[in-house]
Design a binder for this molecule. Sequence first.
Ligand SMILES: [Zn+2]
Length: 187
Amino acid sequence: MAKKSYAAPDKDAGWGLIYRLNNLWGQVDPKATQGKVDEWNFVLDRIYCNLLYANDMIVKRIYQCNEGHTFATFEKKKECPSCRNSTAIKSPIKLIKIESIELSDEDEMVYKFLTKKIKDAVNNKINAMKKPTDKKTREKTKNLEECKEEHYRALMMKDIWLRKFMQDLGLYLKVSQNDPSHALFGQ
Ligand SMILES: [Zn+2]
């Protein structure tokens, strides 16, 4: 994932998000250590959604100014580019719609890859538990312990990848940072 210089977000939204993320992380370890693999995966998905909200949503917005110019942009705008150079009084603009929301390509690819790995491992586990009676299928079927191990490893990879993502964004709170007034972003 791309490293980005970290700018303090809008304070309320920023702290809300950071606490939400850190609360979710607090649920990860108990699920993982108790072997609740589906719940573990579910929490990781929630973290991923929240992280994308923080960083990597590419939102295409359509604005319109009072003069009737419409324009599309990936950034939040305050003025109309057509009116900017004219001497007339700046025309207020309003957001008229969100045209699209995309995830950044690389993060989406990694996420899809890991999600597929987990899904495959779950399917292999289900097949292994069926204990097929016909010999050929039985030979092709992986043994259950091996499948469980694969499932666990795939989840761990997703877990580690998300932790790195958090680190890159400077969103982890140190234990000593329980008081938001003492905490700094990105440290
Ligand atoms: Zn305009």
